[in-house]
Design a protein around this ligand. Structure first.
Ligand code: FES
Length: 117
């Protein structure tokens, strides 16, 4: 969210600017910095971890040349992790936008990423 938007919310709702910041920084859905068109969430919950989600995450970081929490330079992707999305039986899970990719392997990463422009 740009600073101007926070100021407008502050004025429009007549709440302290500090309160607007506290809400924006608390909820993961908001961000004060630009994010990629596609948000990748790699599940690092226990079930996914024991099935190799750490290797999947490493492969995604390698392919995109970014670390967790970063954006690609072209803002195509933002890479994040999450702790369980409730689909443990299908782990390792990778969520890209609203798409759930179950039983991910490092070998599948490249093909899956290619389908997002
Ligand atoms: S631990 Fe990954 S979906 Fe539950």
């Amino acid at each position: 969210m740009p600073e101007e938007a926070l100021e407008e919310i502050h004025r429009g709702l007549e709440v302290p600017l500090s309160r607007v910041y506290s809400v924006v920084t608390f909820f993961k859905a908001f961000s004060l910095t630009p994010r990629g068109r596609h948000i990748i969430n790699v599940c690092m919950g226990t079930a996914c971890h024991v099935r190799g989600s750490d290797k999947v995450l490493e492969q995604i970081e390698k392919e995109l040349g970014i670390g967790t929490g970063d954006n690609t330079k072209d803002l195509r992707f933002t890479l994040e992790t999450v702790n369980c999305v409730g689909a443990c039986a299908l782990g390792p899970m990778v969520i890209i936008g609203e798409d759930y990719h179950g039983e991910m392997t490092p070998e599948k990463v490249s093909e899956v990423l290619k389908s997002y422009s």
